[in-house]
Design a protein around this ligand. Structure first.
Ligand SMILES: CC(C)(COP(=O)(O)OP(=O)(O)OC[C@H]1O[C@@H](n2cnc3c(N)ncnc32)[C@H](O)[C@@H]1OP(=O)(O)O)[C@@H](O)C(=O)NCCC(=O)NCCS
Length: 263
């Protein structure tokens, strides 16, 4: 009979002497820093500590948050396209945006991260430099996006892990805060607040719930009256160029769906 894979907690643990066990535990903790381990205890996983009735159904999944490799660019863009397709408008442009951002001067490649699971790219986050401007000064801050997770891997905490791993890295780079346009319901669960909290507006002087920020250091976004300017790449996106770029991807039907931003 073929041996089936067990999730880690179901595997018999070898007996290891005390000091060696402590060293192994330290190493395991270090290597787990950027790794998510999921044990699906739902219908898919039939493993128990006492019985393995259906070993083949064990669906433990290891998710690695790591830097993107150049050879994965196409794979990452395909995943981005699947994640955004028909979500906010018929079709999407975010895969083209990812393509542009990689060579854009505003991109902060040190913060680009992909999530890997089952040997493939299942998530992505990219950051760009942006500015807060007051009458007296310009404060460099960050914006992220696209943030996306392959539809087949959503609701497993991968988006949250991509976000928090990179917010920590952004803080380590010395940035005072991050400002985004995003779904308030999602980002408020992750430490983001409407920018009205700090008296910051968009470049046009607007303020709304989806215009959100997160301080990376206390007081990092306390610039009342400041206006936010994101990188020009976001506003100069050509829809004709999107259409042209999209031709290199497999056909997917554009649909007008309820809940999309653009009618
Ligand atoms: C948003 C996204 C990155 C979240 O990734 P994820 O790995 O599924 O996120 P997590 O597992 O960390 O969190 C999932 C939770 O967030 C919720 N959520 C996801 N998108 C949401 C949204 N736009 N508004 C409110 N809640 C949202 C899910 O319903 C889920 O809630 P639950 O756990 O109570 O069921 C992913 O849904 C995605 O790629 N969406 C399409 C692209 C997109 O919209 N990107 C964000 C642009 S602002």
């Amino acid at each position: 009979m073929q041996a089936a894979a067990l999730c880690a907690s179901c595997k018999p643990k070898p007996k290891i002497a005390g000091a060696k066990r402590a060293a192994l535990r330290r190493n395991a903790l270090l290597s787990l820093k950027n790794v998510l381990y999921y044990k699906n205890t739902g219908a898919g996983c039939a493993c128990t500590r006492s019985f393995q009735k259906n070993l083949g159904a064990c669906s433990a999944m290891l998710v690695l948050i790591r830097e993107e490799q150049e050879k994965e660019y196409d794979e990452t863009e395909q995943m981005t396209r699947r994640a955004f397709w028909n979500k906010y408008r018929p079709g999407c442009y975010e895969h083209y945006l990812v393509h542009l951002l990689r060579t854009d001067a505003a991109c902060v490649p040190q913060l680009t991260r992909v999530a890997e699971a089952d040997g493939k790219v299942v998530g992505l986050i990219l950051y760009t430099k942006s500015l807060l401007k007051t009458a007296e000064q310009e404060i460099p801050v960050l914006t992220f996006g696209p943030l996306c997770v392959d539809p087949a891997y959503q609701k497993k905490g991968i988006g949250a892990k991509l976000l928090h791993t990179t917010l920590d890295a952004a803080k380590a780079l010395g940035y005072p805060g991050v400002i985004i346009f995003g779904s308030p319901d999602y980002y408020k669960q992750h430490g983001f607040f409407p920018c009205s909290r700090w008296g910051i507006t968009t470049a046009e002087g607007e303020s709304f719930d989806a215009f959100m920020g997160c301080e990376l250091i206390p007081g990092g976004l306390h610039f009342p009256g400041a206006k936010f300017y994101e990188a020009p790449v976001f506003s100069s996106l050509s829809m004709d160029a999107v259409e042209e770029y999209d031709k290199k991807f497999p056909y997917m039907e554009k649909l007008r769906l309820p809940g999309q931003l653009e009618a």
